[in-house]
Design a protein around this ligand. Sequence first.
Ligand SMILES: [Zn+2]
Length: 152
Amino acid sequence: MQTEQQPCAVAEELSGYLDNELSQQEQQRVMIHLRNCPHCQQLLTEMQAMRTDMKVAVHVSADTRDLPQILGDKPARWLGLLGWSALILGVLLVASFFFWELAVDLVTNASIPWWVRFGIAGLYLGLLGLFLMVLRQRLVAMKTDKYRKVKL
Ligand SMILES: [Zn+2]
């Protein structure tokens, strides 16, 4: 007869018993012992509870692994793209309004030499041309790779 302080001989085999790693003979031996030993029954219950906790933990970490997928969520991406587009459009419109006013002022100001006005007009046309070129490149890049983040 075993006392509670002394662990049973089958205690070491309980893990294997849970995982079905024991031979049929060993399995039966553990089963018979479990029927008569409350100590090992409790141990087995605790081990089963621990395994369930571990399974839950593994499941949670699997959810964490899915995080990149959540971050790559398409509607969220489109909302982000929409926000950025609206912001950039707003900045461009406001900036072009001020630059246009300035340009009109400078070009129509008769006190400024004609060649300076010509230079300013050229500067603006050049900037506009470069901007349109970059914009077109971006649009072409977007068409070829719709899912890539648009960087301006
Ligand atoms: Zn026992």
